[in-house]
Each structure stands twice: as C-alpha cells, then as structure tokens.
Design a protein around this ligand. Structure first.
Ligand code: COA
Length: 283
C-alpha cells in the first residue's frame, strides 16, 4: 500500500515536471543546511548549497551559488545570475571560467541586489540595496558595498573596505584593505571609452592602496595608482599616480599637502601593513 502510494506520487511528480514544466521552486538536488527560514516564492535551483541558519526574504532566487552559515538575503535578490550579454568580458581571460558564486558566512545582502555567478563575497559583509556585482567581482571580509553601487566585475576589493552609495567600480580595479570611498565616485578602466573600438590593455583599472580615503564625486582615471593612506578631496579628477599620504584636490588632481596625522589609520594597523614600520615605503 505504502509502495503503491509512493509510485503514484512519483508518477504525478513526473507528469507535473516533464509534461507541464512545473519544476518545484526548491530543487531536490539543492543541499540545504539546518534552520532555513524563507519567505514566499523563493526559488532554489539545482546545485545550490546553503549553510546552517540561512534566512531568505520573499522572492529570492538562488541559482549557481554557495551560501555560508548565517547569511541573510532580503527580498527580491538574485544570486548566481548568469551573464546573458557578455558585456565587456571578451577582454578577460577568465571569461570562460564559470564557478558558483560564494557568499561568506554572516553576510547580509539587502533587498534588490543582483549578484552574478563567479562572484566571491567574504564573511560578514554588507551588500546594500540594489547593488549589482557582475561576474568575477571578489570582495574580502567585513566590507560594505553601498546602495546602488555597481561593480563591473573582474576586479578585487579587499577587507574592511567601505564603499558608499552609487559608486561605479570598473573592471580590473584593485582596492586594498581599509579603503573608504564616498558616494558617486567613479573608477574608470577604459581609454578609448567605447569597447566596440580598439580595446584597452586588460591591466587598465586603477589600484587604490591600503587605507586611502576618497571624497565624494571623485573620478579616478585608468592605470592610476593611489598610494597608501592618501586622501582624495571631493570632486577631484585623479589623472596621475598619487604618492602615499598625499592630499589631492582639483581638476586635474594636484598634490596640495600631506594627510594630517589625525586622519591616518591606527598605528597598529599601519605596522601590520607596512612590515613593522609606521609609514609606507618611501616616506
Ligand atoms: C580635501 C578636504 C579633505 C580638505 O579638508 P580641509 O583640510 O579641512 O580643507 P579646508 O576646508 O580647510 O580648505 C582648505 C583649502 O582647500 C580648498 N578645498 C577644500 N576641499 C577642496 C576640494 N575638495 N577641492 C578643491 N579645493 C578644496 C578650500 O577651498 C580651501 O581653499 P583656500 O585656502 O583657498 O580657502 C575636504 O575639503 C574634502 O574634500 N573632503 C571630502 C568630504 C567627503 O567627500 N566626505 C564624504 C562623506 S560621506
């Protein structure tokens, strides 16, 4: 009797799935840890792995991803989104490497965020409302990406980084640990600008070194390196490399002074990053 009922269930399931295309919204092939809490209309596809104590809001869609313990993903987020258009990815050798997106333990993804496949977000991060992280964006631990910021992918953002709202993070950008970026800042990687023309060098994104602070509405041009603990003033356009600890303002950005001691990183952290010294090389 029990077997007959099981067979009937299997038949009904096959009919619904194969004949009518009604796949279950939570795949039976997904690995789900203990204590999952989820809202309405959540989709969890094949191959998704969830740690323990994960919380999912309404209408969350999880595709090619692994989600760590205690992660909270709010309403209307898509994680593991597949790139349909290709965008600029023909420039990059990793373009064919597709791996599951990884969301580290304790991270909060706020409502409306879209995180593509092949993205790594570290532990205890905050990915804010309507952020877009495209493929091969890598983010360390304890970092925050502000509301409506956009990462074009193929870039690297360190740990303890605070990116404020509506920041544009171009490809091939490197941001080291403890960097602060104020709202509306743009990092740029393309000269010439239009990718349909001759493409720029794949190494063209800026490098922002440890402990730098960037004021609101700044523009950082391709290939520029901003040295450790520099301070870029509001609306500066940085066209050339910036020495460590420099205060830069204006268009084009000019070094107008040295960052005062009280605006620097705590000494213990400096010594950690500068190999025991209190100041970066060359100071
Ligand atoms: C660059 C900055 C740090 C300088 O601060 P400060 O040392 O206190 O500078 P002051 O206000 O004393 O101004 C010193 C001079 O620099 C000028 N100046 C200040 N900021 C400037 C800027 N961003 N661009 C051009 N000139 C600037 C001032 O007009 C003043 O010129 P003056 O001597 O001819 O009058 C600051 O003005 C700045 O841009 N901060 C960024 C703020 C921000 O984006 N916060 C984000 C929070 S979310």
């Amino acid at each position: 009797m029990k077997d007959a009922r099981k067979d009937l269930h299997r038949e009904i399931r096959t009919l619904l799935e194969d004949e009518y295309g009604l796949r279950p919204s939570v795949s039976r092939a997904a690995k789900i840890g203990s204590g999952l809490r989820r809202g309405r209309d959540v989709i969890i596809e094949n191959g998704v792995e969830l740690g323990d104590g994960v919380q999912l809001g309404h209408r969350v869609s999880l595709r090619n991803c692994r989600v760590g313990d205690g992660v909270r993903i709010e309403d209307d987020c898509i994680i593991g989104y597949a790139n349909l258009t290709g965008g600029f990815s023909h420039r990059f050798e990793e373009r064919h490497v597709i791996v599951p997106t990884h969301i580290g333990a304790g991270t909060l993804v706020r409502s409306g965020a879209v995180i593509y496949q092949s993205v790594t977000v570290g532990e205890n991060c905050w990915i804010n409302h309507r952020v877009v992280l495209r493929e091969h964006t890598r983010i360390g631990d304890h970092s925050c990406i502000g509301t409506m910021s956009d990462s074009e992918g193929y870039n690297s953002i360190g740990s303890h980084v605070l990116i404020h709202s509506q920041v544009f993070l171009c490809s091939r950008l490197t941001i080291e640990d403890y960097v602060f970026v104020a709202p509306h800042t743009s990092f740029t990687d393309g000269n010439p600008m239009n990718f349909a023309r001759e493409v720029s060098s794949p190494e063209a994104g800026p490098v922002i070194r440890f402990g730098t602070q960037i004021g609101t509405n700044a523009v950082i041009l391709p290939r520029v390196t901003v040295g450790c603990e520099a301070l870029i003033g509001a609306s500066a356009v940085v066209t050339k490399d910036v020495p460590p600890l420099s205060l830069v303002t204006g268009l084009p950005g000019k070094v107008v002074g040295r960052v005062p001691e009280h605006l620097r990183m705590p000494e213990a952290l400096r010594r950690h990053y500068y190999g025991g010294r209190a100041d970066p090389e060359g100071i």
